[in-house]
Design a protein around this ligand. Sequence first.
Ligand code: GRF
Length: 193
Amino acid sequence: MNKVRIAILISGRGSNMQAILQNIQQNELGNYCEAALVLANVESAPGLITAESFGVPTVTVPSKGKTRQQFEQELMQYLAAGKVDYIVLAGFNRILSPCIIAAYKNRIVNIHPADTRAYQGLHGYQWAFDNKLQQTKITVHFVDEGVDTGEIIMQCPVDLTNAVTLEDIVQRGLAAEHIVYSQALTHLFKERM
Ligand code: GRF
């Protein structure tokens, strides 16, 4: 069976994207999938340069000033041209419409910096900090029509005891994100094969 072709969608730094690309190159994940495309909706997204350094095709589809429909039509064209099987959201700051979610049903995956059953939406680490959580749970989940409501694929607990600042929390959380996202994708694509 052919490898799964993924498109990674980013809006900024792309540290999760980088970890995924590294694991495709060096680890088990690369047995099951290949990166067809990295697509950013923000022209200045630093992750684009990182993706290029991995030799992965990149494209920018600016979303600013466009209707959701216009933006997604362009996006879908690139996904089709790249023969993309799965969409991997990695710090992508746009909500996808039901149309694209239906077209890629159970084939869009996201990572969320909290337990999606406890907290949805932006600023998951700030939420953990404000609520003085001793533990948070990074969640990799399918994307459905809601915001962070899709079926959970994998979670990873992160110990936050003695984390004093928000930066401490973010650092611990991201370290876990970079591991669990690739583990979840490996699990998903392995099962599919
Ligand atoms: C991560 O914390 C991720 O969980 C959230 O957005 C952030 C993206 O960071 N969805 P990066 O661009 O992957 O570094």
